[in-house]
Design a protein around this ligand. Structure first.
Ligand code: HPA
Length: 276
């Protein structure tokens, strides 16, 4: 198995700029990367240790782009546990980012809503999460060089970054919401009873990603910011099953708004945290 440090070294030899920012783009959000000036584009198939993403509308490219003068590495497409990959493979790209020197990770996803106040199309800043995947990506040998054995998950979603994004959203006149994300493995969608249980636990959004990457990034000391785009009401509010088409449609519309927030965030955070 390829070591993430080898992949990071492979990238260090090729990337024309070493980014401090990275963005993982979820379902339906891959296009966001292409609206910025692309500096370099590497297919996952060329990246040592990367598996290929099988999920629909996940592209499988690493893109280095110029966002308002700041180099940002975009991962177009992620690996999900439900695809049958080992959890080590799911978090491999995040580990590579850490070894590459990325300090700020933005994670995006498409999620189902557990609250009537969060309709399809809502942009939701993740404030906290519940790991209900039945697995933790840090199980196994701990690389002390990377992080500690028992990393804190107190405020994994950086409060300063969240506040900065709130300010940007309100300046731009974009409505955003806040919510707790519960991660399940999928691929089957949740039953009504499961949705009711999750809502009762305090979850607002349900999805099949993000939490493994966030735990891994926090372990490695990166700052983390995450947003969901609500693509559908969960089965709590449905009599009919919802389709994959419905899920992808909504991701596209709100993606443009989220992109504007994140571009400005990158610019201001790079100055605020001296990440250039
Ligand atoms: N459930 C789980 N994951 C999802 C959903 C959902 O309703 N929508 C988008 N990703």
């Amino acid at each position: 198995m390829v070591h993430y440090k080898d992949t990071a070294n492979w990238l260090k030899e090729r990337l024309i700029k070493l980014p401090k920012f990275a963005v993982i783009l979820g379902t339906g959000l891959s296009e966001m990367a292409e609206t910025f000036a692309t500096l370099q584009r590497i297919p996952y198939s060329e990246l040592p240790g990367f598996v290929s993403s099988t999920a629909p509308s996940h592209k499988g490219f690493m893109l280095l782009a110029d966002v308002k003068g700041v180099p940002v590495l975009f991962l177009q497409g992620r690996f999900h546990y439900y695809e049958g990959y080992a959890i080590e493979q799911v978090i491999f790209p995040t580990r590579v980012l850490a070894a590459l020197g990325v300090k700020m990770l933005v994670v995006t996803n498409a999620a189902g809503s557990l609250r009537l106040e969060l309709p399809p199309g809502a942009i939701v800043q993740i404030t906290d999460h519940i790991n209900f995947m039945g697995i933790n990506p840090l199980i196994g040998h701990n690389d002390e060089e990377l992080g500690e054995r028992f990393p804190s998950m107190n405020q994994p979603y950086d409060p300063e970054c969240r506040a900065l994004c709130d300010a940007i959203a309100s300046e731009q006149g974009i409505t955003t919401h806040k919510g707790v994300y519960i991660a399940v493995t999928g691929p089957s969608l949740e039953t009504k009873a499961e949705c009711a249980a999750f809502a009762g636990w305090g979850a607002d959004l349900v999805g099949m990603s993000t939490v493994p990457e966030v735990i891994t990034a926090r372990h490695a000391g990166m700052k983390v910011l995450a947003y969901s785009i609500v693509t559908n009401y969960s089965n709590l509010f449905h009599e009919q099953a919802h389709s994959q088409e419905e899920i992808r449609h909504h991701a596209g519309i709100s993606g443009a708004h989220l992109q504007n927030i994140l571009a400005e965030f990158v610019l201001r955070a790079s100055q605020l945290f001296s990440l250039t």
